[in-house]
Design a protein around this ligand. Structure first.
Ligand code: NAD
Ligand code: ZN
Length: 345
């Protein structure tokens, strides 16, 4: 089968032929129908050799959707032909966090060598993929697979981030979304459907700001030195109750710090390398909370899939063949994908 692999640190991913895997006991083999490309893949492919944590070659893709091609012994559900989405942050399945469905917070996974598909384990950018347990599958219930693939990360991660701040997003409040890419364009929609907050989107590209308006942002502003001042103006000096940073660079965190309201939340989702000083004298308004959420829980993925099934959120996608995946990554790197790039293997 064809697979898109990161083979050598510092080199572009390649489309190669690899054997179709066979499901062992308890495992599920999927025929992949759609796989999303995430900016995190670019971050991973930018890590230096001495700090590269995963075995190479590695099949990429941590946003996967497929139909069940075969199941290993002991698997009672799903059945062959079922359409499912893959929950990616695999945990140990036994600890307190995993028992709550928060496998994204499992403290044992890394130590046990349990790695997410596409981020250490063979991923979804292939014709077939192995899923380690039926626990990590969510039924699509009729949702279009191309729509569904981005939900497994670009939808789930902002959903998880926003749900943490719901209590602050009351009528009259403001939420800022910085970076209207794969995650950000779904964040805008999730804020609109889950909260009455006014949504202010920031990006560096006019095309992304246009997408932000199309998917429901009340305001879409250029992300520059004047952005924090504009947010203060729009909020009568109060600032935004919640700032979601899908870039995470020093420049965007500076805007976040300058535009968040007293008692507000700064939520750092992007892994752009910036850090925020929290504490007295750090420049933040009093009582601001800062967090850096990772992916989301199993039940949250079910909830996001349900929102999309009801037509309340939708992924804006550009589709590619598996051969085109390396070019799609180049375009993502260049900032030239609006919404999410989805590969149809
Ligand atoms: P993307 O490339 O699709 O979107 C990024 C967007 O940010 C683009 O629209 C780009 O124009 C915009 N941008 C760049 N610089 C900006 C700036 N200075 N101000 C405002 N906007 C700016 O990326 P994505 O796949 O949506 O991922 C977003 C970030 O979230 C990445 O850093 C990714 O690694 C990270 N991520 C984190 C998690 C997590 O669990 N915390 C999960 C998935 C992705
Ligand atoms: Zn666990």
């Amino acid at each position: 089968m064809k697979a898109v692999q990161y083979r050598r640190v510092g080199h572009a991913p390649e489309v190669v032929e690899v054997p179709v895997p066979e499901p062992g006991p308890g495992q599920v083999l999927l025929k992949v129908t759609a796989a999303g490309l995430c900016h995190s893949d670019l971050a991973v492919m930018g890590w230096p050799e001495e700090r590269f944590p995963y075995p190479l070659p590695m099949t990429l893709g941590h946003e996967g959707v497929g139909t069940v091609a075969a199941v290993g012994s002991g698997v009672e559900w799903p059945a062959e032909g079922d359409a499912v989405a893959v929950y990616g942050p695999w945990g140990c399945g036994r600890c307190h966090k995993c028992a709550e469905g928060k496998e994204n917070c499992c403290p044992h996974a890394a130590g046990l060598g349990i790695l997410p598909p596409g981020l250490g384990s063979p991923g979804a950018l292939a014709e077939y993929m192995l899923v380690d347990s039926p626990r990590h599958l969510v039924p699509l219930n009729g949702l279009d697979p191309v729509q569904a693939a981005p939900l497994t990360d670009a939808g789930l991660t902002p959903y998880h981030a926003i749900v943490k701040s719901l209590a602050k997003l009351v009528p009259g409040s403001t939420a800022v979304v910085m970076g209207v890419g794969g995650l950000g364009h779904l964040a805008v929609q999730l804020l609109r459907v889950l909260t009455p907050a006014r949504v202010v989107a920031l990006d560096v590209s006019e095309g992304k700001l246009e997408l932000a308006r199309t998917v429901g942002a009340h305001e879409a502003l250029l992300s520059d030195d004047a952005a924090a001042g504009r947010i203060r103006e729009l909020t009568g000096g109060r600032g935004a109750e919640v700032v979601l940073d899908f870039v995470g660079a020093q420049a965007t965190l500076a805007v976040a710090a300058a535009s968040v309201a007293v008692e507000g939340d700064v939520t750092i989702v992007g892994i752009g390398g910036g850090t925020l000083a929290v504490g007295f004298g750090g420049g933040l308004p009093f009582e601001v909370s800062a967090t850096f959420p990772y992916w989301g829980s199993r039940v949250e993925l079910m909830e996001v899939v349900e929102l999309a099934r009801q037509g309340l959120v939708s992924s804006h996608v550009e589709t590619f063949s598996i051969e085109e995946a390396p070019v799609a990554y180049e375009r993502l790197h260049a900032g030239d994908i609006n919404g999410r790039a989805v590969v149809l293997p």
